[in-house]
Design a protein around this ligand. Sequence first.
Ligand code: GLY
Length: 301
Amino acid sequence: MKYAAIATWKMSYEGMKICADMLERGENGADAAIAAVSNVEDDPNFHSVGYGGRPDCRGRVFLDGGFMDGNTLHFGSVGSIEGFRSPVRIARSLAKGDANNFLAGQGAEQYARENGFEERDNLIPEMTELYEKEKDRLKALSAYDGHDTVCFCTKDCTDSLYAAVSTSGLFMKKPGRLGDSPVPGAGFYADSKTGCAAATGMGEEIMKGALSFTAVYLMKTGLSAQDAAEKALTDLQNELIERNGYAQAMSLVCLDKEGNYGVSTNVPFTFTYASEKDSPALYEAVNTGGRTMITKIKGEL
Ligand code: GLY
């Protein structure tokens, strides 16, 4: 395939259209992934990413973002940043050089400010109301109270692969908590020689299996994108159940270097996909005994 892109959740649909248009015009897959993720970061209707994201246990919105260039293997990440419009754009700017690629907290905010990244208060009144209603609950709520991380994996017409992700993380998370999303190998991974992958769900589970790297590694050993996605998630789930008695929600999307996609999940999951052969469409995935059953929902919402 000349180009292809896959992304997590229904919230990626408008971004997927932007991404597919850019890839169709021959634009760079990194630019396409970033434009698509930014589209979700800017939309207050999606309460797990960017503007309108869910608050932490203090009622403040802290964001994580990650980006990986599959040609150079350079990655950039920011964790737990407050007051900036686009964590994924900041993350991308860090994907160069041999050091200081992953910045968190005040250091990441200082970097973003010094480098002119747009500032924005991402807390909206609806999320303040939600916080006030839920704040006395003892336990953090699930990552799946609504949606979770937006992830885009792209392959462009130069056969370059990229992964880009953004999230506000777990609702009611503790100060400083980082999930899988900004962690290379866990929340995202890209290698243009093999494939790219990105994860959504309960970050603490996904990190236990370095889920995105594992899927790409399995492709390297010769598995198809779909078989790699299923094996990576099923193996991790089985290990977690054997050791802890349960496995929390996880979903994974990936592309091989030809642009074929793979998807796996242990909860009902929606994703979007486009290539020069397939116009942007929304799909639903469910796990049936370790295999993923995929249904196309709509080509135009
Ligand atoms: N997967 C997003 C998080 O756990 O923060």
